[in-house]
Design a protein around this ligand. Structure first.
Ligand code: GDP
Length: 433
């Protein structure tokens, strides 16, 4: 799946269009501050194609000239997106800012879809012809407020996505490092890449700028997916929290395994939890990396104590392995790639149906599901329907009877049997018919 970025000057209706595109689908994580509250990142689906959407208008520079803000938004769109939706207003006609944005976009080689919004009266849509002058191809008339024309616009968007996007870095283990600024993400990337037997490859023809780094080790292919500022430090907007969270989200989507980096010097902060929560929600493999271990005052108990604290703070990540490393002193850096391999293997593990059913049936015998309103859940059959994350469907008498606590019990039984280290397990119930 790819990324669509929406750009345009203020008040042309970007957020209305954004909301139309993501539809009624709730954005994925409700409690990540800055991103979902203002809804600048979401998932969309059209004609069986899935893609992510960024509303760049939601990323703002404090106290900066308006043009700088436009520059930043367009730059982010060009950096991040596979397709750009440029929104203008049919009510206002072409403005100087529209022309300015159009010129910036023309220089990029990204496919652009031009939407003329606020065309509320479709019998009078001659107004759109003037927008041919922007030199960006056919304008599409829409009225986001009334939901008119958005279907045609989505058709064009979906057509503009490159087909090969699906197979990005096929056969390689894709991972990213996320975490607050200064936790040591770039230092860790460098430490990983500078290990013995790691050979950084030069791969041509990837669709993005050379900010992802493919490499090989012992015949295995990996790629470090860049998050804000790992490889290319120094962009003005890189430290805007909203942007770095958004960037992390985009990187997570493109990764198989996510390393959640915590700064051992400062300890766990709320922001660490928000981004980690997203990795969990996205169903990716997760490893918690406690960096700057060299800077921690320690005795024999410290590691256990910190592990306990991490478990308590990241309750939902109980399945994630924890590694203690130092990028600076190169301590235990060699444990990272094997852990990534292990977690990736588990996240794509397929359990044979008969083995899976044995485990589920045994679990059911050992601890039968509790009754609910006089009815008891009965699991007839289990089937693993997909991987990454492993997703198991239980065929039952009544899906409503599968309660959270019993689901968790089943998950524990599955982990006892198959470990599934580093990956969430999805368990769904369907009525057997
Ligand atoms: P990023 O913003 O997460 O990419 O963090 P950087 O890799 O730029 O590191 C931020 C600061 O932390 C730099 O001054 C690093 O030298 C320092 N740092 C990184 N890793 C370690 C470590 O393992 N131990 C110590 N003591 N400092 C580290």
């Amino acid at each position: 799946s790819g990324i669509l970025a929406i750009v345009g000057r203020p008040n042309v209706g970007k957020s209305t269009i954004f909301n139309r595109i993501i539809g009624e689908r709730k954005s994925i994580v409700e409690d990540i501050p800055g991103v979902t509250r203002d809804r600048i990142y979401g998932k969309a689906e059209w004609l069986t194609k899935e893609f992510r959407v960024i509303d760049t208008g939601g990323i703002q520079l404090a106290d900066q000239p308006f043009r700088d803000e436009i520059n930043m938004q367009v730059e982010i769109a060009i950096d991040e997106a596979d397709v750009i939706l440029f929104v203008v207003s049919g009510k206002d006609g072409i403005t100087m800012d529209d022309e300015y944005i159009a010129r910036l976009l023309q220089k990029s080689r990204k496919p652009i879809v031009l939407a003329v919004n606020k065309v509320d009266d479709f019998s009078q849509n001659d107004a759109i012809y003037e927008f041919y002058n922007l030199g960006l191809g056919d304008p599409i008339a829409v009225s986001a407020a009334h939901g008119i024309g958005t279907g045609d616009m989505l058709d064009e968007i979906v057509k503009a996505f490159p087909d090969k996007q699906q197979k990005e870095y096929e056969g390689m283990t894709r991972f990213c490092l996320i975490g607050r600024p200064n936790v040591g993400k770039s230092s860790l990337v460098n430490a990983i890449l500078n290990q013995e037997r790691v050979i950084v490859s030069d791969i041509e023809g990837t669709t993005r700028d050379a900010i992802d780094t493919p490499f090989k080790r012992e015949g295995k292919d990996y790629v470090v997916i860049d998050t804000a500022g790992i490889r290319k430090k120094g962009k003005v907007y890189e430290n805007i929290e909203k942007y770095s969270v958004l960037r992390a989200m985009a990187a997570i989507e493109r990764s198989d395994v996510v390393l959640v980096v915590i700064d051992g010097e400062t300890g766990i902060r709320d922001q660490d939890k928000h981004v980690a929560g997203y990795a969990h929600e996205a169903g990716k493999g997760v490893i918690i990396v406690y960096n700057k271990w060299d800077a921690v005052d320690k005795d024999e108990q410290t590691m256990q104590k910190i592990e306990k604290e991490i478990r308590a703070q990241f309750l939902y990540l109980s399945y994630a392995p924890i590694l203690f490393v130092s990028a600076l002193k190169k301590q235990r850096i060699h444990t990272l790639l094997p852990a990534i391999d292990e977690v990736h293997d588990y996240s794509v593990l397929r359990i044979q149906t008969n083995v899976l059913n044995e485990v589920i049936m045994d679990a059911q015998l050992m601890t039968p599901p509790p009754t609910h309103k006089g009815k008891r859940l009965k699991i007839y059959y289990a089937s693993q329907v997909s991987v990454a994350p492993p997703t198991i469907v239980l065929f039952v008498n009544d899906p409503e009877l599968l309660h959270f606590s019993y689901k968790r019990y089943l998950e524990n039984c599955l982990r006892d049997a198959f470990a599934f280290t580093g990956t969430t397990i999805r368990i769904l119930a369907r009525e057997r018919n």
